[in-house]
Design a protein around this ligand. Sequence first.
Ligand code: GLU
Length: 507
Amino acid sequence: MSKVRVRFAPSPTGGLHLGGVRTALYNYLFAKKNNGDFVLRIEDTDQTRYVEGAEQYILDCLNWCGIQPDEGPHTGGEYGPYRQSERKNIYREYAEQLVKSGHAYYAFDTPEEIESLRETLKAQGKYNVQYDFQNRLNMRNSLSLPPEETEELLKINFPHVIRIKMPRNEYVHFQDMIRGKIEMPTDGVDDKVLLKADGMPTYHLAVVVDDYLMKITHAFRGEEWLPSAPVHVLLWKYFGWEKHMPHWAHLPLILKPDGNGKLSKRDGERLGFPVFAMEWNDPKNGVVKGFKELGFMPEAFINMLALLGWNDGTEQEIFSLEEMIEKFSMDRVHSHGAKFDFEKAKWFNHEWIKKSDVERLRPDVKKILEGNGVSIDDEPKLDKIIELVKERCTLLNDFWPQASFFFITPTEIDTASILPKWNENKTQFFVELIRTYSLMNSWNINDIEHSFKELAAASRLKSGELMLPFRVMLVGGKFGPGVFDISALLGKEETLKRIEHTLSIMK
Ligand code: GLU
């Protein structure tokens, strides 16, 4: 068996959508599982849709997700160039080969002529008109024109395209790794352009030629390409490369959470969640935030994506990249689309934050703190804080609201939540507590807690009723980890300062 080689072949036309990242991920998992190569190919032959910066953005996203190509425009490799625009010279010869063998033809029609035919046929009540076996002989191409005229037009370099001559009344069969045996009629498929007037190939030609030349063994792509599959399968056959045709898999769509249909950028805007992996600065439409900026861990993001259409046959949901590689198989990819669920995505992230150790979280948390103007050199202290609050963070960005009080004295104290049960005895207790704590020589959780409870007992008060006010004094609100842990980390001086401050505003 030849070495497994798969490719992720995005077009640099904008931000990388969830579905695109999942396609990359499944390709990567399959390649790594089978000790194969994961190739990145940039499909940039459609100059009209090319967007500046989109290629670098794709690379950055893959990099963030931890799915590095083995070959690609930036990694190199023996099958390059990996950017289709740099392969322009390769394609014409293949398109011409098909003209010679009678499977393709030159077409000289101008866009206006095509439009005019459409109008004429519409007037005759014929809709859904396309350039196909029914109409091709009414058009200006090497099938309808006398050979001399075709030759003349080619000689004067009259603008032309090369189109595939789709056979009439045939069925194309192929095996899909997810959907099984597929049979599709050729009728209804138009004579697709293979080579454009500017000499660039269309996707249909380039994908076949490149998959062949790059020795791709498995081609996994979005389900939206299924209708084009007959064209591609026929091209493999017409080139005489059938034996080398990759195994296909058409991946199911990621669907909107509500209703039907593919999840789109607009759904994200409408429902308030990202659909891109990372922030995308669109030259036309401005900045769109991604999962990364919202505080997703890449581990959680790819875990969530992988499970959106695949499972390993058990109830397990949390997988590291290594585990996914080990467990992944194409036949466990679902054939139906999966609805995107943002709450579930956040659940994955929460699980990942909980299970990650401090070393893993520290750099991210540091960045978040720095973004809020706090730089911290005391790493052991930071580590303790991370350990204390991570359970409470669904997103990495939650570290700030959940832990900012460790670094900044809260300016707003939620006294309203303690006032209803406040009385003179409690004031007295905290006045005493300040005295007791001031006299303490050591400052650790046990001593802080012990003194607190001893004083409560001596004051005939329930310590449980005093802990909420204590918390509000230290934190500013009714949240956070254990109050004695907080006090220990804040230090004696800061603890006393915060109690005093609250007492002063409670008067
Ligand atoms: N360039 C195509 C896209 O962006 C790739 C499809 C394929 O993988 O063959 O969807």
